[in-house]
Design a protein around this ligand. Structure first.
Ligand code: ARG
Length: 345
């Protein structure tokens, strides 16, 4: 497929964002006067990408309808990001897996984390939601969370009454999250922060739900372990319970629909924090092995951060067209391969 050169005047000349590659003047002109039922426009969807020349994607959805109304731009971005060859087809398999602990002595793996993003059906997404609806989203999610039993049972930490210093402190203990980065800021996601934001944590703190961060829900399982299967299975259990109480925005082909087109389909990111001091000195080798297993490398403190102390955040890149159990199995083989390389160097 030949990439469309895109409308150079809409985006900064140095931008390599996927949205710029596919948003030709013709496509822009066809879509620019449309509005979703909640009133979201293409101009709003691409604002973050226009303002941040270093965006890699550059587009957000303000509601579920964006994916159909603005399909002409969302579809090529999705196809390119998730490396889909055939027409997008979501497959779901949230079943328990049986995997060995990759690193029982914890020589390499510091922690394993699996998360999914979800949005409530028929509610505007975070770039577009108003205060009242955001509050309603928080309430509905809390009602569902309060029905959970052990080991998922826990308590909610509303962020509304925390000042910025407290939020920063609580974020370190996992009981809050800091406001979104400039990409999210320009997408409108940080509006009214920290109103109706908060974190639910299980008693042992290995299960968490972030409310109204980039999506209505970020459902997270995190443990200081190399046992990916255990962490994944806990998430499966949580999703099974929450899926009975909440209806999530989804599409038969695109799967779960979320604010960023990178987070659709399974909307799952499974990864580890892993210390690879030797491979760090061979970045080409590290990148090649990660890519061969469909893995993405991020900095120590997450997206768009630096690597500190040779600790990498390594996770699956694709979230659509591949089911959840496959993602976790591919991560397992990929991380095992990286550990082998590290040991041999
Ligand atoms: N909008 C940003 C970009 O285009 C982030 C994309 C993926 N990350 C995310 N948190 N949704 O680079």
């Amino acid at each position: 497929m030949k990439a469309d050169p895109g409308d150079q005047s809409l985006f900064c000349g140095t931008s390599n964002a996927l949205v710029k590659r596919f948003l030709s003047p013709a496509v822009f002109n066809r879509l620019c006067r449309l509005k979703t039922d909640t009133g979201f426009t293409l101009a709003r969807a691409i604002r973050s990408g226009q303002k941040n020349a270093d965006s890699s994607i550059g587009i957000y959805a303000g509601d579920a309808q964006c994916y159909t109304l603005f399909k002409e731009i969302f579809e090529p971005v999705i196809t390119a990001y998730h490396q889909i060859t055939a027409p997008a087809c979501h497959t779901r398999n949230l079943a328990f897996v049986d995997l060995f602990d990759l690193d029982p002595d914890r020589d390499f793996i510091l922690s394993a984390r699996v998360r999914v993003a979800r949005n409530l059906d028929a509610m505007a997404f975070t770039p577009h939601i108003n205060r009242q609806d955001r509050q309603m989203v928080e309430k509905q999610i809390l009602d569902a969370l309060h029905s959970l039993s052990a080991p998922l049972k826990g308590c909610y930490h509303p962020m509304e009454k925390m000042d910025p210093g407290q939020i920063r402190d609580q974020a370190h203990t996992g009981k809050a999250f800091i406001p979104g980065d400039r990409f999210q800021e320009d997408a409108g996601i940080n509006r009214d922060f920290p109103l109706s934001r908060g974190v639910y944590t299980s008693e042992d703190k290995t299960f968490m739900v972030w409310i109204n961060e980039e999506d209505h829900l970020r459902i997270i399982c995190l443990e200081k372990t190399g046992d990916l299967g255990r962490v994944f299975n806990k998430l499966v259990q949580a999703l099974d319970c929450l899926g009975k109480a909440l209806v999530f925005a989804s599409d038969p082909c695109l799967g779960y629909l979320n604010a960023c087109p990178t987070n659709i389909g399974t909307a799952m990111r499974a990864g580890v924090h892993i210390r690879l001091p030797k491979l760090e000195k061979h970045p080409g080798e590290l990148e090649k092995t990660a890519q061969a297993h469909g893995l993405q490398i991020r900095g120590t403190f997450g997206e768009k951060t630096r690597v500190t102390g040779s600790v990498f955040d390594i996770s699956n890149r694709r979230r659509l067209g591949v089911c959840e159990t496959r993602i976790i199995q591919d991560l397992y083989t990929g991380i095992a391969a990286l550990m082998e390389k590290e040991k041999k160097l």
